[in-house]
Design a protein around this ligand. Structure first.
Ligand code: GTP
Ligand code: MG
Length: 588
């Protein structure tokens, strides 16, 4: 082989390897392109040395270009993703603390509401003898709320600062509407806890039975990781921007926030405002109004809030909080993990309805893709609106969210009605993401020593306020939950009874949910072979030729005792696990 020949072979090698590499990276290089490149290689053999070199460089460039174009689609999506980060902020606190007023003022200050609308609200509020509620009318949009001056439904609005797009969720403070507050808080990462500094009002909200306490405890359980505590109504004549009053509230609240699980130094920030007048909100309070405040205003504090990033590539999870019909079935919710894009195939759990994503909307805008933390509306085909309930979860097909009717969990007992005892047979209402479901404690398994966090040795039959206990919980209908260690947001829940929060809990780290989850069977009922087979066949046909994924589904959801039935089903479907997929675990 002479030198020219050798060079030619080298060039050919290089081109081939480029083609191989790019073929690995993308499916976008079509056969025509490859054919063209081969033709060019043929032609090169007849050309002079220099020409060969030039041609090779040309081809190399072309292949590289195509390689890059492989990432084009991804890049287009990236471009379509809004540049600013997005935060969900829930306004919580005792009734009449000023949550809706502060929310309304934020919208006014950020230019979402014009003066004429405010004047209209002033008139309407006056007609209803609720003069001072006009700012709250921006958030309180229905007649009942306006007449009574109380938020009922969680109000939802959007505003932007330089760095961040915010979704505001204005929760009701009244104790009758705690379930709505829970649904609002479960969609948020950041909480604005509004406290009224007006004489007597802080005290009523803070005492036992006041919603300040319950909202803080619920917010922590529901995954609100950061709190801005705004001491509101600082303009009120009984307060008049008094430093003493502000300090009193801060010093009384701090130990309680600590006891509720917040790291007061890292996760909590106090600041004084007047929601009604808009002071210390968009700009810092003037020294002539409040000489002692040197900290940030509300917009600055919100902009500086940092929350942990979620995984955009994780398995898709979106608890459905609402649904309606609009050229298909539209579901609403916050993406907790993974991403959704137009054209995706998904499954709605727990009813396992296979759906196609027709469109994705963020705020009012149609987008190609949305990632974790976004509040979205997703238009689906393949499922009727009436077949979806709030609390169902839109999930990825390859790793659907587990659905169970029984599970083990670790609970902390906060406040039992009439100081009752907590024992097997205790009935309560369970709240987890958008699920509200009656449940029963069927067995107490272990008590945990609150000091050492270790299980106590003696058998536990009942516990009282303050106890931490691991127990088995049963619900009548299947609900979608996760292990706390896998998805904290979907693995924490709250039990309430007779309108009071009695316990909040995280699912036990050490107890595998997997043992209780199978093809729609709970652990009392894992041996029903025929429906296992039906399920496996359904899943198989639904995922078409991506059969290997059934292996994944099987390995994720099967109970050990169900394996003898499941394995033959999988074999029957000619399912082989993909080399990259986690191995199918045999029955132990
Ligand atoms: P719920 O939705 O019922 O829980 O109440 P809320 O917290 O949304 O309170 P809302 O905004 O409806 O305000 C209750 C009352 O407090 C209204 O009369 C407001 O005008 C008044 N208020 C709110 N913020 C301020 C404030 O900064 N200063 C003064 N002086 N009054 C305020
Ligand atoms: Mg309100």
């Amino acid at each position: 082989m002479d030198i020219d020949e050798k060079k030619m072979v080298d060039i050919e090698e290089e081109i081939r390897s480029l083609q191989l590499d790019s073929g690995d990276a993308t499916e976008m290089i079509d056969e025509t392109a490859q054919h063209e490149e081969l033709e060019k290689v043929d032609k090169m053999e007849e050309d002079s040395k220099e020409e060969v070199h030039n041609q090779a460089v040309e081809v190399e460039k072309k292949v590289k270009e195509k390689e890059n174009s492989a990432l084009d689609e991804e890049a287009t999506f990236e471009k379509e993703l809004p540049k600013k980060r997005h935060l969900n902020v829930v306004f919580i606190g005792h009734v009449d603390a000023g949550k809706s007023t502060t929310g309304g003022q934020i919208l006014f200050l950020s230019g979402q509401v014009d003066d004429r609308t405010i004047q209209k609200y002033e008139k309407e509020a006056k007609d209803k003898s609720r003069e001072s509620w006009y700012m709250a009318y921006i958030m309180d949009t229905n007649e009942e709320e306006r007449v009574k001056g109380k938020t009922v439904e969680v109000g939802r609005a959007h505003f932007e600062t330089e760095m961040t797009r915010f979704t505001i969720l204005d929760a009701p403070g009244h104790k009758s509407y705690v379930p709505n507050m829970i649904s609002g808080a479960s969609q948020a990462d950041v909480g604005v806890l509004v406290i009224s500094a007006r004489k007597g009002e802080f005290e009523t909200g803070y005492e036992r039975g006041g919603q300040t306490r319950e909202h803080v405890q619920l917010a922590k359980t529901l995954g609100v990781s950061k709190l801005l505590v705004v001491v509101n109504k600082m303009d009120d004549p009984t307060v008049n921007w008094s430093k003493e009053r502000y300090d009193e509230i801060e010093s009384k609240m701090t130990p309680f926030l600590k006891a509720s699980g917040y790291n007061v130094k890292k996760d909590v920030q106090f600041l004084p405002i007047s929601g009604l007048i808009g002071t210390n909100m968009k700009t810092r309070v003037d020294k002539s109004v409040c000489s002692w405040w040197g900290g940030p205003c509300l917009f600055e504090a919100l902009d500086a809030t940092e929350i942990p990033q979620r995984d955009p590539k994780g398995p898709f999870r979106m608890p459905i909080i609402d649904k309606f019909k609009d050229m298909g079935t539209v579901v609403m919710g916050k993406v907790e993990s993974g991403s959704v894009r137009e054209g995706d195939s998904m499954v709605v759990m727990p009813n396992k309805a296979h759906v196609k994503v027709l469109a994705v909307f963020c705020d009012e805008d149609k987008v190609k893709r949305a990632g974790p933390g976004e509040n979205v509306r997703v238009r689906l085909s393949g499922v009727e609106e009436e077949d979806i309930l709030s609390g169902f979860v839109l999930s990825s097909i390859s790793r659907p969210i587990p659905s169970v009717s029984e599970f083990e969990a670790q609970l902390q007992i906060l406040e039992l009605v009439d100081n009752a005892i907590f024992t097997a047979g205790y009935k309560a209402v369970l709240h987890i993401h958008a699920v509200v479901e009656e449940c029963e404690i069927v067995e107490l398994l272990q008590q945990i020593d609150p000091k050492t966090k270790k299980p106590m040795k003696r058998k536990v039959l009942f516990v009282k306020n303050g106890a931490i206990v691991v127990c088995r919980v049963q619900v009548n209908n299947l609900i979608c939950i996760e292990k706390f260690s896998d998805f904290p947001q979907l693995g924490r829940f709250t039990l309430r009874t007779e309108g009071k929060t009695v316990a909040h809990k995280r699912q036990a780290e050490s107890v595998g949910l997997q043992c209780y989850i199978s093809w729609q069977h709970d652990r009392r009922d894992t041996t029903t072979a025929p429906s296992l087979e039906t399920r496996a066949t359904e899943v198989g046909s639904a995922i078409g030729d991506r059969r290997s994924e059934i292996g994944l589904i099987g390995s994720e959801l099967a109970t050990p005792t169900a394996w003898p039935q499941i394995l033959p089903c999988l074999r029957h479907l000619d399912v082989l696990p993909r080399p990259s997929a986690p191995p199918l675990r045999p029955p132990s």
